[in-house]
Each structure stands twice: as C-alpha cells, then as structure tokens.
Design a protein around this ligand. Structure first.
Ligand code: NDP
Length: 254
C-alpha cells in the first residue's frame, strides 16, 4: 500500500522489447515509475527514449554482482520498489540429443538463475513496501513438448519457484505469482516459430490465435497491483485456452 508521496516503482526485466516493453507501458499508464532492465543496451535505450518516469538499467540478470548493482541503482533513483517482474528470458529449441550442456546452461542461467537472483535481491525493499513479484513462466512449463528440454524445464522450475517464494515470503506481506503466456509474436518466439509452427498453434489454441504483448502485460500489472492483494502462489496461463485443452485430438472436434 502506497501511503507516501513517492510514486509506486516497478522493476521489469527484459524491458527493451516484447512483453517486457508492453508491461512497462501498462505500468506507466497506471502511474508507476519503471526501472527498465535489459542486457541489450542499444535497444533498451531506444525503447526508453520518449517514455517518461523510466530508468533504463543495463544488467544481465544472470550475473549476481550486476543484479546487486542494478537494485542499488534503482533504489538510489526511486527510494522504493513495489513490484518486480522477472520477465527476461531466452529460448532454445532443439532435440535432446543436440542440446549441449552449454546450451542447457545458457537457458538455465537467464530463465532460472536470473529469477532467483533478482527476487532475492529485492526482498529487503519489498518487505518495506509489502510489494509483489510476478514471474514469467510459459505454457512450455505447464505442458511438455518436443524440442524444448531446457526451455520447458526452466519454465517448469520458475512455476515451482513461484510457489516456494509465495509460501516463504508471505509472512513479510510479499505476494508472488506467475504468468505463463501462450505464444506471442516477439523476437524470442519468432526466432524459433516457423510458419508451420505458427499455423499449428492457431489450430491447437481454442481462441485460434497468438496473444498480444499487452494481453499478457495486463495480467502481469494486475497481479503486481493492490487489486490482487489476496492472490499469491498462483500460476495464470494467459494462453487463449491452450493449457485447458487436455486430449484435444483434431478427430474429436465438432
Ligand atoms: P523478447 O525476446 O521480445 O524480449 C526479451 C528481452 O529480455 C530481450 O531484450 C533480451 O535481450 C532480454 N534478456 C534476455 N536474457 C537476458 C538477461 N540475462 N539479462 C537481461 N536481459 C535479458 O522476449 P518475449 O517478450 O517474447 O519474452 C518475455 C518472457 O516471456 C520470457 O521469459 C519468455 O520466455 C516468456 N514467454 C514468451 C512467449 C512468447 O511466445 N513470446 C511464450 C511464453 C513465455 P536479448 O535480445 O539480448 O536476448
């Protein structure tokens, strides 16, 4: 609850583009100031240009010392942190036999270590503000698939980490939830979704289409806000109904 005069402050990682940039814009529209965190310095500063009440911070979320410095920079700017969105992520699709240990580690470092490190680093500030963390999972963390042993496993771990964090941090008044998006056309997904994959997703998703960045961002901002004050430890699939399709055989359709 914000009883001071300083504006609510959110940190969004992976904010240079895609879901993170859309989420930044939605936070700004709700009156938050936003620390935009990304490792793509050039794109980050381009994205921040023209936005008011933002602080672009260059940081690799998988690097412990960079994360500690990032949190100090944000606190020096805002004096408070009310929300952390662990959105920075990388994808790597390929058969298990071709997923080298180096590729596995690259995915785990950002998608899993990054969420652990950023969350841990903001706990003191979130205890003061009784703030919230929103982790970004994926439909790939809820439904197993071929070609994503590292990505899917990293996201399943993020979903479980969300519950660990919610259970342990609840007594400080810190809420932790997870948004698991279905497919959204961004740099990350377009690097691995061929036209055939795109059309197969349309076919498998009840709402018959990809989601937009803002459709994901609106749920993130809701979960981070006081509107969700009694909601913690939950995983919300924002996926056009994809997760709900159990058997889902094309032959069973009317
Ligand atoms: P984008 O590629 O559009 O944006 C992700 C941003 O995060 C990029 O700017 C990227 O930089 C940055 N980033 C990656 N690793 C790090 C790091 N270690 N430190 C700091 N910044 C980093 O991705 P999306 O918007 O699509 O994805 C956002 C989140 O949503 C991810 O966690 C993703 O897994 C998840 N998601 C996305 C789906 C989709 O279909 N788009 C579906 C389900 C989940 P760089 O370009 O240098 O990598």
């Amino acid at each position: 609850m914000n009883t001071s005069n300083s504006p609510l402050t959110a940190i969004v990682t992976g904010a240079a583009r895609g879901i993170g940039l859309a989420t930044t814009q939605l936070f700004l529209a709700k009156g938050y100031q936003v620390a935009m965190v990304d490792r793509d310095t050039e794109e980050l500063h381009r994205a921040a240009q023209g936005l008011h009440n933002v602080l672009p911070v260059d940081c690799d979320v998988s690097d412990e010392s960079q994360v500690a410095a990032m949190v100090q920079t944000v606190l020096g700017w805002s004096g408070r942190i009310d929300a952390l969105v662990n959105n920075a992520g990388v994808a790597d699709f390929g058969p298990i036999e071709e997923t080298t240990f180096a590729r596995w580690q690259t995915v785990m470092r950002t998608n899993l270590d990054g969420v652990f490190l950023c969350s841990q680093a903001v706990i003191p500030a979130l205890r003061k503000s009784r703030g919230a963390i929103v982790n970004i999972g994926s439909i790939s963390g809820l439904r197993a698939s071929t070609l994503r042993v590292a990505y899917g496993t990293s996201k399943a771990a993020v979903i479980h980490m969300t519950k660990q964090q919610a259970v342990e941090l609840g007594e400080y008044g810190i809420r932790v939830n997870c948004v698991s998006p279905g497919p959204v056309k961004t740099k990350l997904s377009m690097a691995v979704h061929s036209p055939e994959i795109i059309s197969a997703y349309h076919d498998a998703i009840p709402l018959n289409r990809y989601g937009s960045e803002a459709e994901i961002g609106r749920v993130i901002v809701f979960l981070a806000s006081e509107e969700a004050s009694y909601l913690t430890g939950q995983v919300v699939a924002v996926d056009g109904g994809f997760e709900a399709t159990g058997v889902g055989l094309p032959a069973l359709r009317v």
